[in-house]
Design a protein around this ligand. Structure first.
Ligand code: C2O
Ligand code: CU
Ligand code: CU
Length: 498
């Protein structure tokens, strides 16, 4: 495992560093107050928002706002958030519930809020067509129609998604249902059921996190060098139970994380993007692409600290471009179990039942080819630098027309030199295969993001249900936000069968 050593740091001319009890945290510019001993900040837990009932509708008030956040002692960093200065509350909703979000935009500029992973009518999706102008309130209303899952929300304004997310606007959504109620899993929010929004950011000397894209980051995405969890720098969490459920979101703009516990200890993945896996999967390494989620269970021993680290993993096939959207190695979180722990229930061996979609039921296969154009124009972030099927996103063009009720196969082909995390709105899909090989055990579930590696062909299958609207498109795109903004996005509509 790659970790920064004291010697590396002292030799480094660009980095100032602190070595913290065997782990190291660094930033490339000096000037910030440095933590003294190990992980020094209590992990912030986003407030849980369960909404209020208004005539049978569960209502959530969300205000997009600007503010400042003290990530580093003595430095007020300008940021944006929802109902706060950075990130937003965790929204808990129930399958079957009618809900309404009142989204007020106090940013002084247009933005949107998109419900990532949610199955809903396109007009409620919060994508680039549902702009909330400065000073206005938008109130999408719909019924939750999906199984228990950890979803999230973030702005999705045309050409501005990356900047708005970078400034801090994102939050988690927890969907619960009768199935999750019945499972003997840790479910006390903030105690043994903890959301972890993993991000990285970089800072200027005076503590701002300017959104200035270099030619390199325009091309490959913006990767920061300082890790944050729920907007907390160098965080620790004090655990009180023998099992800890972590709902992990890769909320970064562009970084792929490769997560490990220290000493190579195993942990158990119970859910992926769209909810529970059929059975728990034991892992020692979890790769999470931008926007992917995983719920994991970590077994704890009284008094024995556990660290969640991002490790450096080189990509397949060599070549710098293949690996450089991996974040640098850094520790994310230290878990500190109390001297005595409350015993948690044993993990069930079955979690849910998947309704597997059959290849034979697909009425159509669509091919999507992801390309990056090299050269000066592309480096300057020219509009056509990142494309799907040779086309850059055009908000006035519908790329695909899908018929309600159909099962389809989408074949994702990566003809570029770096991985692209593909995401589509409206549905949860299933992965059929990667280069004709079945997906890993922890990818056999409901997914809304799938990593497509260079030269790889990933086939996914999905069924379009419930919502048709010929005039309101859903998006599909690369979830490296700088790629999305540079054109690697398209639009599909779902129409009624004629
Ligand atoms: Cu996470 Cu189109 O979005
Ligand atoms: Cu989405
Ligand atoms: Cu991409």
């Amino acid at each position: 495992m790659t970790i920064f050593t004291r010697r590396n740091f002292l030799k480094s001319t660009v980095a100032s560093a602190v070595v913290l009890g065997g782990i190291a945290v660094y930033w490339p510019r000096s000037g910030f107050a440095q933590p003294k001993d190990g992980m020094t900040n209590v992990l912030k837990i986003p407030p849980l928002e369960t909404g209020r009932n208004e005539d049978g509708v569960q209502v959530y008030d969300l205000t997009m706002q600007n503010g400042t956040t003290e990530f580093f002692k003595g430095y007020q960093t300008p940021t944006s958030g929802i109902n706060g200065s950075y990130l937003g509350p965790t929204l808990r909703v129930r399958n079957g519930a009618a809900i309404r979000f009142n989204i007020t935009n106090d940013l002084g500029e247009p933005s949107t809020l998109h419900w990532h992973g949610m199955h809903l009518p396109a007009r409620m999706d919060g994508g680039p067509h549902q702009v909330v102008q400065a000073g206005e309130t938008w109130s999408p209303e719909f019924t939750i129609r999906q199984k228990a899952a950890s979803l999230w929300y973030h702005p999705h304004l045309m050409g501005k998604t990356s900047e708005h997310v970078w400034r801090g606007m994102a939050g988690m959504v927890i969907v619960e249902d009768a199935e999750s109620d019945a499972l003997p899993l840790p479910k006390t929010y903030g105690v043994d059921d903890v959301p972890l929004v993993l991000q990285d950011r970089s800072f200027t000397r005076d503590g701002r996190m300017d959104y200035n894209l270099s030619m390199h980051s325009r091309m490959v995405g913006l990767v920061g060098d300082i890790p944050f969890v729920n907007g907390t720098y160098a965080p620790y969490f004090e655990a009180t139970t023998t099992k800890l459920r972590l709902r992990i979101l890769n909320g970064s703009n562009a970084s792929t994380y490769n997560l490990e516990l220290n000493d190579g200890q195993t942990f158990t993945q119970i859910a992926t993007d769209g909810g529970f896996l059929e059975a728990p999967v034991e892992l020692t390494l979890l790769q999470l692409a931008p926007a992917e989620r995983a719920e994991i269970i970590v077994d704890l021993v009284a008094g024995k600290n556990v660290q969640l680290n991002n490790i450096a993993v080189s990509g397949s096939g060599g070549g710098m471009m293949r690996t450089n959207n991996n974040a640098p190695a850094f520790p994310f979180l230290e878990i500190r179990p109390a001297a005595t722990l409350t015993k948690s229930a044993e993990l069930p061996s079955r979690l849910t039942t998947m309704e597997w979609l059959m290849e034979a039921d697909a009425v159509k296969t669509r091919v999507f080819n992801f390309e990056m154009r090299m050269g000066m124009g592309a480096m300057m972030g020219g509009d056509n630098s990142h494309t799907i099927n040779g086309k850059a996103m055009d908000i006035t063009r519908i790329d695909e027309v899908v018929t309600l009720g159909d099962t389809e196969i989408w074949e994702l082909r990566n003809s570029s030199v770096m991985p692209h995390p593909f995401h589509m709105h409206d549905v949860q899909f299933q992965i059929l295969d990667r280069d004709a090989r079945p997906p890993a055990a922890n990818e056999r579930g409901r997914k809304d993001v799938v990593m497509v590696n260079p030269d790889e062909v990933v086939r996914i299958i999905m069924r379009f249900e419930d919502y048709a609207d010929a005039n309101a498109p859903f998006m599909y795109h690369c979830h490296i936000l700088e790629h999305e903004d540079a054109g690697m996005m398209g639009q599909f509509v779902v129409v009624q069968a004629t």
